[in-house]
Ligand binder design. Sequence first.
Ligand code: AR6
Length: 185
Amino acid sequence: MRVVFLERWKKKATMTDSRIQLTEEDITGIKADAIVNAANNSLLGGGGVDGAIHRAAGPGLLAECRGLSGCPTGEARITKGYNLPATWVIHTVGPIWRGGTQGEPELLARCYRSCFSLVQELGLRTIAFPAISTGVYGYPKEEAARIAIKETRRALAENENLASIIFVCFNNDTRLAYKKALAEP
Ligand code: AR6
């Protein structure tokens, strides 16, 4: 009985991982049902991936964001993609790294859960994520990747509708951090 369970679990783990992809490119060029934006609490744009997404989407995105009245850290909001190849943009606000003792891991995990909850609500199948919080917000890449992979595996196990989760690595360090996290059980 235990063996059967273990075999099933192993099969599920492989199946879920086959739906996770790593890529090194600009997220604004990705044609997915949704791309995720690493935003700030105002949702009114900024630097990094946020700036790139707003530039590529055009002014319609900022206009829609103005109507959202911001977003607390760990939560997520969804808008249309405007001039982006992606249909939707999910804006989430990651924690600023303050040494790891201010609830950062839980807040970062909550970002992924909030995104996956919207994804499930809207029945989306392909989602691209940047490495939330690991740029200006200073979250250590390996720890952030471990959280991203853990929450993604959980979402894939719970939502059979998900076809592909793409982690967009903007540099080699980020790609290596995800590869390491994926190699862990
Ligand atoms: N495509 C994919 N990934 C990117 C791109 C891109 N075009 N540009 C940067 N990255 P960051 P944060 C990577 O700083 O740390 C903004 O000003 C980048 O290399 O964009 O969550 C917001 O308004 C890094 O790995 O977001 C907030 O104020 C990752 O995206 C603040 O930055 C996240 O880096 C949020 O900081």
